[in-house]
Design a protein. Structure first.
Length: 179
């Protein structure tokens, strides 16, 4: 029989998409007020992998990621995804001259062996958590690098993203005193 153990805390991350750098900055500011200080932030990259978001967000989107100083219980991902959904709604109301959805916030976490994203959409490779939320293992750690799965989004496959996530994982491992 397996022994039930409490999982290690994990490193919270958030992906952000928007048309404007200042909207990304405002979203990071609000994330910090709600989720605590950011400890790592990626460069801002053009997001030209799909036109999926164009109708509600417009074109010429920008992508940025951040990670948070405080480690979290992975079970809190559901609450955090609900929080970021409410934050998106508030940004939609507060940012003037913005499209219907000015900022997309995608929380997730990194642990020793994977990057997990929260989503409201079910699919064959996603596991239901609770409260209308699902989880997807988007990348897995193998041989010193994050590796994609067949379902991994094209942007998460890029070297830039995976290098940033490896940096976040390294900070996480240091915090735990591992490796």
């Amino acid at each position: 029989m397996g022994i039930v153990n409490k999982p290690r805390p994990v490193k919270l991350i958030c992906g952000l998409l928007s048309q404007k750098g200042e909207w990304l900055d405002e979203a990071v500011h609000r994330l910090e007020k709600s989720l605590g200080p950011v400890d790592l932030e990626s460069d801002t990259w053009p997001f030209d992998f799909t036109d999926y978001y164009e109708e509600e967000m417009g074109g010429d989107l920008l992508r940025r990621f951040c990670s948070f100083k405080e480690l979290i219980d992975p079970a809190n991902l559901v609450i955090i995804k609900h929080t970021t959904n409410r934050m998106e709604q508030a940004l939609s109301r507060d940012l003037k001259k913005s499209p219907e959805r000015p900022v997309n916030l995608d929380p997730g976490y990194i642990n020793t062996c994977k990057l997990v994203l929260a989503t409201t959409k079910d699919y064959a490779h996603r596991i239901y958590l609770r409260g209308g939320m699902y989880a997807e293992v988007t990348l897995h750690w193998k041989d010193g690098d994050f590796r994609p799965w067949e379902w991994t989004y094209p942007d998460y496959r890029t070297e830039e993203y995976r290098e940033f996530f490896a940096k976040v994982r390294s900070a996480y491992m240091d915090e735990l005193g591992l490796e």
